[in-house]
Design a protein around this ligand. Structure first.
Ligand SMILES: CC(C)(COP(=O)(O)OP(=O)(O)OC[C@H]1O[C@@H](n2cnc3c(N)ncnc32)[C@H](O)[C@@H]1OP(=O)(O)O)[C@@H](O)C(=O)NCCC(=O)NCCS
Length: 401
């Protein structure tokens, strides 16, 4: 089978959408085509066999991803699928290899993606870098230690029209505090507010709870439960910038009579909510999964773009079977870093996926070392690297793509 990979064009969009639908089990409509491609479409690569498109990958151009002490412009890989008629014959590998080479040629420091399945991407050098979890709160049982009756005065319930001009600035402020958080373009914000019925999973349109220093949006799934009302509140956006906003928003959410549970994939693993409750177990974590995956490309640029919690001066080797191994001298600390190619002997050696997993501070380097994803002969240096790569906040991407 001869597979060719070429850039996708606007003429390919209908076929790409059909392929996507066949792979993910949906029947895309005209409306989907308009929503997906009318504004800000991703850049596609398509794999062809003869005159058939049998595979696709795309890249969104986010303005940036927050990293400790700064930000990094990274392409966001999405729309990955291969026709059920051509699976396990190397089509995805052909697409992934070409895409990373293209990213390298244009100077991208790294690429990111979110994965439909956890077994696909580490072979292509992507390492899981952030965590998401599903939380379930039994609302009537969740009691605040220090309820503040007037906290709700600061919170408003806005319509989508009222929230549209307000949320981007609050999101920007939140994003700057959280490593891994993704910026959004204006067309992306438009898509957040489009809120089409077929993407609501049987729930209501979004409600917007907005505080001057944070917001959350949620959907409602009704359950009148034969007279013992137990609706579900599904939090689908959560961007809180201050302690006061956090307390005020939860005061309101936990006070929502008729609701039995509050569920979400958006509450980061280090959210302080359990400590506000008389019983911290009321924030139950039912699933922990990978969030965003990072594939290092320009290792020196990527390592120089972030700050480090303690001073570090070392030589890092990164194994890259596709683009070639790299050895770089990294000098950094809380105020920033420099990183340049070097011939000096390496003191620590990462696999590609290992560096991707370490980069945003979401995983302990000791854990990655124990998994064989990095080697460091000097335990004192490994301990220092772990401190250096650590972050104040658990990394969280916050935007599905
Ligand atoms: C995932 C998908 C794109 C793979 O395409 P493919 O052309 O069959 O993949 P390839 O033949 O190029 O496989 C490359 C490697 O990945 C492995 N692989 C492919 N799909 C995998 C999966 N779902 N889980 C685990 N490993 C997988 C292959 O076994 C192969 O391994 P190897 O390197 O050891 O030989 C395809 O199955 C698909 O479209 N799935 C449904 C849509 C989807 O989930 N897309 C991903 C969105 S993030």
């Amino acid at each position: 089978m001869d597979v060719e990979v070429r850039p996708g064009t606007a003429e390919d969009h209908a076929e790409i959408l059909r392929l996507d639908g066949n792979s993910f089990g949906t029947h895309p409509t005209e409306q989907d085509a308009e929503d997906s491609f009318a504004v800000d479409p991703p850049e596609f690569l398509v794999a062809t066999v003869g005159d058939r498109i049998v595979g696709v990958t795309g890249a969104y151009r986010f303005a940036s991803m927050t990293v400790p002490g700064g930000s990094l412009a990274v392409p966001g890989v999405s729309w990955v699928s291969v026709s059920p008629t051509h699976r396990r014959r190397g089509v995805l590998r052909a697409l992934m290899d070409r895409q990373v080479r293209d990213f390298a040629a244009e100077g991208a420091p790294a690429a990111i993606l979110t994965a439909s399945e956890g077994g696909i991407y580490s072979r292509f050098g992507y390492g899981p870098a952030t965590l998401v979890r599903r939380t379930v709160i039994d609302r009537p049982a969740a009691t605040l230690i220090r309820p503040a009756r007037d906290a709700g005065d600061e919170v408003r319930l806005l319509t989508a029209e009222q929230a549209r001009p307000v949320l981007p600035e609050l999101h920007r402020r939140w994003r700057e505090q959280v490593p891994g958080a993704l910026d959004r373009t204006e067309p992306w914000w438009d898509s957040v507010f489009r809120d089409r019925e077929q993407w609501r999973d049987g729930m209501s349109a979004k409600f917007y709870l907005v505080h001057p220093e944070g917001y959350l949006s949620y959907r409602v799934k009704h359950n009148w439960n034969d007279g013992l009302p137990a609706h579900m509140c599904w939090i689908n956006e959560y961007a809180v910038c201050t302690t006061d906003a956090h307390a005020a928003l939860w005061q309101v959410v936990l006070g929502m009579d008729l609701f039995g549970s509050i569920e979400s994939l958006q509450i980061p693993v280090d959210d302080p909510l359990p400590f506000l409750l008389t019983n911290p177990r009321q924030v139950r974590t039912t699933v922990v999964n990978d969030g965003v995956w990072v594939r290092p490309i320009d290792v020196a640029a990527m390592l120089a773009a972030r700050s480090y919690r303690v001073e570090i001066d070392t030589v890092v080797h990164v194994q890259d079977p596709l683009l070639g191994d790299r050895r770089v001298a990294l000098t950094g600390g809380p105020d920033g870093a420099s990183c340049v190619p070097t011939d000096r002997p390496a003191e620590v050696s990462f696999s590609l996926a290992g560096l991707g997993s370490a980069y945003l501070g979401g995983h302990r380097l000791q854990t990655l070392a124990r998994a064989g994803l990095l080697q460091c002969e000097d335990p004192a240096l490994l301990g220092r690297l772990e401190l250096a790569f650590g972050t104040d906040r658990a990394p969280f991407h916050g935007t599905a793509f």
